[in-house]
Design a protein around this ligand. Structure first.
Ligand code: NIG
Ligand code: FE
Length: 411
């Protein structure tokens, strides 16, 4: 099956050489070809260039993209898209003045979602989650990471990871799965943290590894959640099963968590609403990708990740949604990109680099996803007619996506 897209007004994120991430000043550069074509064969990109050199070949399908922008589909490297029910009451409670922390201390928050998840059947969770996955695919997401973490019991965590696996089997989108048993301490372990960590390490991890249910391991490293030492235990245990760490850290407080994550070669450190100069120093010359989640900052009114400071220090940055029922009930990467521009002062070029190639890096797939490169997966967004790609973050509330191709197929 050959698909040729012609007359593309702007073809974005064209990388002849496959690079795995973009850092610092380089993030301001988004390579593009004006008046371009793109050739897709089956599920991969096989050719592209200026319309002046467009090949005359037989194709199965030709798409005329006159006036439209084509770019790689979004790579959303941090979500909790599998969950049961919702937390609308907490949303209203927050409007009425309670903080995220106060709600959690009353037994709401993560424990609220965990209770609901454990009471809900695997079939029902699958049914609710697949609707969210279908929606984000239409919104241009072509690869996604999904975490467990609302089970917090052996059965609950396995149930979530099996739902993620089933989604990966039934949908063309690339899904990476992360085990987040260390998301919160269940009430019965409130006074006995090490017993819950033992449960994670001795009961959950072996079963997860046996069924091959996870690619990565995560923990919520935060004051009142998992300490640096507790998270280190989790990261070390994950490593024994081949699970690299992707850690929630510095959402509310900076407690030297980033240092520990870098030391353990975490693939990513995510949230980073509070970042110290020392944290930035730790991230320099590391393999760890910092990931910002601006929709979370927006939804629960906490600071935005200091992107400018981090980019000026030469760091890379990825953007993801954090789609979850508590802090970000939205999986819309277009909103993330726009919010990064509007609130974090990232340029459109930086934000698009962060949401494509760097997002791919943060889930270990930048050799196959995240740029227009020959041999990479044909995961493509085709916009509606626009004046330029700047219109995407500028018209932040509009849906400017006309078509999405995932692995060469129209969604
Ligand atoms: O990434 N911060 C930790 N975990 C999620 C939120 C969990 C929840 O409130 O359900 C997050 O924001
Ligand atoms: Fe999260």
């Amino acid at each position: 099956m050959k698909t040729l897209i012609i007359n593309i007004k702007e073809l974005l994120q064209v990388r002849e050489e496959s690079i795995n991430k973009i850092s610092g000043k380089d993030m301001a550069n988004l390579p593009k070809i004006d008046n371009a074509y793109l050739l897709i064969e089956n599920d991969v990109i096989t050719d592209y260039g200026s319309m002046d050199n467009c090949p005359t070949i037989n194709t199965d399908k030709t798409i005329d993209a006159s006036g439209k922008v084509v770019l790689p589909a979004w790579c959303d490297s941090h979500t909790h898209l599998v969950y049961a029910g919702n937390r609308v009451q907490e949303f209203v409670d927050r409007i009425n003045g309670l903080s995220y922390e106060e709600i959690a201390n009353r037994g709401g928050g993560i424990l609220n979602s965990a209770k609901r998840l454990n009471e809900t059947s695997e079939e029902q969770i699958y049914k609710e989650s697949k609707l969210r996955l279908e929606e984000v695919m239409k919104q241009g997401t072509g690869a996604i990471e999904i975490k467990s973490g609302y089970g917090l019991t052996v059965d609950g965590e396995l149930k979530m990871l099996r739902v993620i696996k089933k989604l990966a089997e039934n949908y063309p989108i690339k899904i990476k799965s992360t085990f987040l048993g260390a998301h919160a301490f269940p009430l019965e372990y409130k006074e006995n943290h090490s017993a819950y960590i033992d449960l994670i390490i001795n009961e959950m991890l072996p079963k997860i590894a046996q069924e091959n249910l996870a690619d990565y391991i995560d923990a919520f490293l935060e004051t009142g959640y998992f300490s640096v030492e507790e998270t280190e235990r989790i990261m070390e245990a994950g490593k024994k099963y081949g699970l690299q760490a992707k850690i929630h850290v510095n959402q509310f407080t900076a407690i030297k968590g980033i240092e520990a994550c870098v030391k353990h070669n975490a693939l990513s450190v995510d949230h980073l609403e509070i970042v110290t100069d020392e944290d930035i120093e730790m991230l320099k010359n590391s393999i760890t990708m910092p990931v910002a989640l601006p929709s979370c900052s927006y939804f629960i009114s906490i600071p935005y990740t200091p992107a400018r400071k981090m980019l000026e220090a030469g760091l890379p940055l990825a953007l993801a949604t954090d789609y979850n029922p508590g802090t970000t009930p939205s999986g819309n990467m277009n909103f993330v990109v726009a919010t990064a521009c509007i609130k974090m002062k990232m340029t459109p070029e930086e934000a698009i680099n962060a949401a494509t190639l760097n997002g791919a890096y943060a889930m270990g797939i930048s050799d196959t996803h995240g740029s227009i490169t020959k041999g990479k997966k044909a995961n493509i967004i085709i916009t509606k007619p626009v004046h330029s790609y700047y219109q995407l973050p500028y018209e932040f509330g509009s849906n400017l996506i006309e078509n999405v191709l995932i692995e060469g197929k129209l969604i």
